[in-house]
Design a protein. Structure first.
Length: 297
């Protein structure tokens, strides 16, 4: 009887374990597992591999305490947040050659990204929402490749964006970035949504998070690296481009993102802490402001 009792206890334990597995058939991915998927956060290895420095320079440091699945596309990297159903950031190296091309957006359609787990953003989430499907890495930066152009329309490269911003001031900045990329022999760009005090609004059945604002950070990795940052509120309205200027280190504090970690620490500190006057001078923002003001009249 004593032996039979032990057998019954063991059997009950096995049943309990199987029941628990049945309730949780797909355990959440751990940070270590996510890192094995992304595979390019080893900054020391990247520093040692000089040939890889250009691609690695695009990548912000791994975020802490934030859902992050990083995917590599032809024209950009995206850090995807499965809880918000939008990117944490999108990063790419915009070369002078990539500012032009024959692969236009004509005929392209936005598409659900099946590389990320469900629930995820779908086309239905945006229908009737009052928001545009706003590109983060723009279609205009992907005309150099048909595959890159097609991938720029994946919903993991998109956020709910006010129509007036998407077609107005944000579009002006995207055009200006292509001008700077040609003039400065390439730019490293990181852009993404800003959420002040968490997510306040969502759209659609899948609860796609609506950003409060959008940031864009640029690095010219020339003989004297220089950075510039912008934050654009996600609403209607037009302002001069210089009114959206923000020091890069301020954007790091707001977003929790460490941009361009491969830069030498002192160079990074000086470049990212550049004040308003220096950014205006280094990037000739006043000229850009004058151009867009004259165009809008």
């Amino acid at each position: 009887m004593r032996g039979a009792g032990k057998y019954i206890v063991a059997l009950l334990c096995l049943v309990a374990v199987l029941g628990a597995c049945r309730k949780n058939p797909e355990p959440q991915q751990t940070a270590a597992e996510e890192e094995s998927v992304t595979g390019f956060y080893d900054l020391e290895a990247a520093k040692a591999a000089t040939a890889d420095r250009g691609r690695a320079m695009e990548m912000p440091a791994r975020m802490k305490g934030v859902s992050e699945l990083v995917l590599k596309r032809s024209g950009y990297y995206v850090s995807y947040n499965k809880h918000r159903r939008v990117p944490n950031w999108v990063a790419w190296h915009l070369t002078a050659d990539h500012t032009t091309g024959d692969h236009y957006r004509d005929g392209q359609e936005f598409a659900e990204d099946h590389d990320v787990p469900a629930p995820r953003a779908t086309l239905a989430d945006y229908y009737g929402s009052g928001y545009d499907r706003g590109h983060l890495c723009p279609s205009g930066d992907n005309k150099w490749s048909s595959r890159a152009q097609r991938q720029s329309f994946l919903l993991t490269n998109v956020c709910p964006q006010a129509h007036d911003l998407n077609k107005g001031d944000w579009n002006d900045l995207e055009i200006q970035c292509r001008y700077w990329a040609k003039r400065m022999d390439g730019l490293y760009i990181v852009t993404g949504p800003v959420f002040y005090d968490g997510v306040k609004k969502t759209i659609g059945k899948n609860k796609v998070a609506v950003p409060d604002a959008f940031f864009k950070v640029l690095l010219s990795d020339s003989a004297r690296p220089k950075c510039i940052g912008f934050i654009y509120p996600n609403r209607r309205g037009h302002k001069d481009m210089n009114e959206y200027l923000r020091p890069v280190d301020e954007i790091e504090r707001i977003t929790g993102i460490d941009f361009f970690p491969l830069l030498d620490d002192e160079v990074e500190r000086v470049a990212e802490a550049a004040g308003y006057d220096r950014m205006m001078r280094d990037w000739n923002v006043a000229k850009a402001v004058s151009y867009y003001n004259s165009r809008s009249k």
